[in-house]
Design a protein around this ligand. Structure first.
Ligand SMILES: Nc1ncnc2c1ncn2[C@@H]1O[C@H](COP(=O)(O)OP(=O)(O)O)[C@@H](O)[C@H]1O
Ligand SMILES: Cc1ncc(COP(=O)(O)O)c(N)n1
Length: 268
């Protein structure tokens, strides 16, 4: 058996619910060998982000090169990148190694309101990273910033998806967690057709790290050789189970349950 490898280039969440920690837990649960390049250390728990400590560009590039020159990877995701300098360096390394299965979660703001991407970095994301992207997974506020349009309806999301594909992303999922529909609709667009992935809206405040977990599940399944559509479908099932079986830890926005999908027996 050849083990499939997945890399996350993202921030560390000391509370373990989001960032690198959520990504590695998800990779493990979906059977991919997890590796990481940490872009920033956050002092964070379910109550919020209490400090952000960026890693130097040299430190980030060295981590990526340590992986690129030895282990390689079958898929990778990016999470918190923080600044335009980080985005430029990470994009350059992805291009250098010719990595294809690139999942971009354009993390901008933590659920508690802390900024995880500087405003000036949006341009670098559009110009340098999005053209390398196999799938980009913005939530609605992130899609609004990237496309410079307001998103109210599903039709608006369709229009925004097309704009993101025109920027160079091969496919897009605009996630529906922030909408006020009764159901949560994640809209998938592969540049040709749209697919609405619909699930019941779970009434909970324990959604810390949902976006990280969702994009990490896509990454693991791309590493495992699934098609983009099938990888996105697994991710939707994985995050639904993880939110439904809440852990109930911490005093604020709690983490999701990364064991839940496999405890239920995996794919439905
Ligand atoms: N209340 C909820 N009930 C069910 N699924 C949810 C809920 N909130 C978020 N999700 C799912 O979690 C993932 C992340 O959604 P979203 O909250 O939009 O992104 P982010 O975590 O990046 O802000 C999506 O796949 C979405 O379907
Ligand atoms: C280090 C880090 N990365 C990302 C997020 C976003 O989390 P969410 O998935 O809840 O939007 C976070 N809170 N911390």
């Amino acid at each position: 058996m050849s083990i499939k490898k997945a890399l996350t280039i993202a921030g560390s969440d000391s509370g373990g619910g989001a960032g690198i920690q959520a990504d590695l837990k998800t990779f493990q649960e979906l059977g991919a060998y997890g590796m990481s390049a940490i872009t920033a250390v956050t002092a964070q728990n379910t109550l919020g982000v209490h400090g952000v400590y960026p890693v130097s560009i040299e430190g980030i590039v060295k981590q990526i090169d340590a992986i690129g020159e030895d282990l390689g990877t079958d898929a990778l995701k990016t999470g918190m990148l923080f600044s335009s300098e980080v985005i430029e360096a990470v994009s350059e390394r992805i291009h250098h190694y010719g990595w294809q299965n690139v999942v971009v979660d354009p993390v901008m703001i933590a659920k508690g309101g802390a900024k995880l991407l500087q405003d000036e970095a949006v341009r670098a994301m559009k110009e340098k990273l999005i053209p390398l992207t196999a799938v980009i997974t913005p939530n609605i506020p992130e899609a609004e910033v990237l496309t410079d349009m307001k998103i109210h309806s599903i039709d608006d999301r369709r229009e925004a998806s097309k704009i993101l594909v025109d920027m160079g992303a091969k496919s897009v999922v605009i996630k529906g967690g922030h909408a006020d529909d009764k159901e949560v609709i994640d809209l998938f667009y592969d540049g040709g057709s749209f697919e609405e992935l619909v699930s019941p809206r779970i009434d909970t405040s324990h959604t810390h790290g949902t976006g990280c977990t969702f994009s990490a599940a896509i990454t693991a399944q791309l590493a495992n050789g699934l098609s983009m559509k099938d990888a996105v479908i697994t991710a939707k099932e994985f995050i639904r189970a993880a939110i439904e079986d809440e852990l109930g830890i911490g005093g604020g926005h709690g983490p999701t349950n990364h064991w839940a999908y496999n405890k239920r027996g995996g794919p439905s």
